[in-house]
Design a binder for this molecule. Structure first.
Ligand code: NAP
Length: 276
């Protein structure tokens, strides 16, 4: 598995695993556990989850999947904006740790901006670091102005901004992605398949077939062609997880990238940040 260097020095897998909607249905429990473990076997060791997902059920499922394998995983979770005050962040983190069956998160993100001042959340993150409950912190769904405001509030050790980014949602390329890149901050690309819709795009299917790739592999290889972009696809299917991992063996050349630009327009100006 290729790796990406975080600003704090961690070398993490360049392809992670999403977990939104995992843990919701007892009927698919075993398959979901198998999918997460397949991801670990394939080197997709960064696992992204959140207290929000299934009201903690996704974190519990991840905890089960990594039981006995904690050292292999790079665990990322997120605090809800409604819990982003100082005391509430600490309580939320402790609850996440309990569900995940671990005593320390590798990376803890603010899920999106709420009403709490960033300074409160940063102070909580720093306390959690001192107490050994998180190793690093970052943000999600912050546009350029909010990302700058987070740094100005003291959050200069921000490791990542987790953002909606895929072939069909390229708005961040205009200003936010270069801004993060200049600072060495990693962009974690969520919904790399646009929740699955992109995989049915006719021209993308044709592009993939002509290269002996699958549409999912093209989506991931395209994201991975950006130096500091780390996609976090979600799949509850072990075979699809293996297919997704294989995308990291492909490199799209300049002609491929130009063809994809002609199919999926790059931005031509600033736009409001898209969020799911
Ligand atoms: N920070 C945020 O606000 C935020 C927002 C959204 C998402 N996220 C994170 O990003 C992760 C990924 O985003 P997402 O779950 O929205 O969507 P996604 O990863 O773009 O797409 C997931 C969908 O694609 C399907 N899929 C996966 N691999 C496939 C393959 N090789 N072939 C065909 N279909 C495939 C999955 O079905 P199966 O499961 O049946 O394979 C699922 O329906 C989330 O799980 C979450 O961890 C973060």
């Amino acid at each position: 598995m290729k790796t990406i260097r975080m600003p704090g020095g961690d070398e993490v897998a360049a392809l992670g695993q999403g977990t939104w909607y995992l843990g919701d249905d007892p009927a698919t429990h075993d398959r979901e556990i198998a999918a997460l473990r397949e991801g670990l076997d394939q080197g997709m060791t960064l696992i992204d989850t959140a207290e929000m997902y299934g009201n903690g059920r996704a974190e519990s499922l991840v905890g089960e999947a990594i039981a006995g394998r904690r050292d292999e995983a790079y665990l990322v979770s997120k605090v809800l904006p409604s819990n982003a005050g100082f005391e509430a962040t600490i309580r939320a983190c402790e609850a996440s740790l309990s569900r995940l069956g671990t005593d320390c998160l590798d990376l803890y993100l603010l899920h999106w901006q709420g009403r709490e001042p960033f300074g409160e959340t940063v102070a909580a993150f720093e306390r959690l670091q001192v107490d050994g409950k998180i190793r690093h912190y970052g943000v999600s769904n912050l546009d350029l102005a909010a990302s700058q405001a987070f740094l100005d509030a003291g959050g200069r050790a921000m490791q990542a901004n987790q953002l909606l980014y895929n072939l069909d949602q390229r708005g961040i390329e205009w200003d936010l992605l270069p801004w993060l890149d200049e600072r060495g901050i990693v962009t974690m690309a969520y919904s790399p398949f646009d929740g699955g819709a992109l995989l049915r795009h006719r021209e993308l299917v044709d592009f993939a077939t002509a290269r002996d790739m699958t549409p999912a592999q093209v989506c991931l290889a395209w994201l991975a062609s950006h130096k500091r972009v780390l996609p976090i696809p979600k799949s509850a299917d072990p075979a699809r997880v293996a297919e997704n991992a294989e995308a990291m063996h492909w490199t799209l050349d300049a002609a491929d990238l130009a063809t994809l630009d002609s199919l999926f327009d790059p931005p031509t100006g600033p736009s409001a940040l898209s969020i799911y």
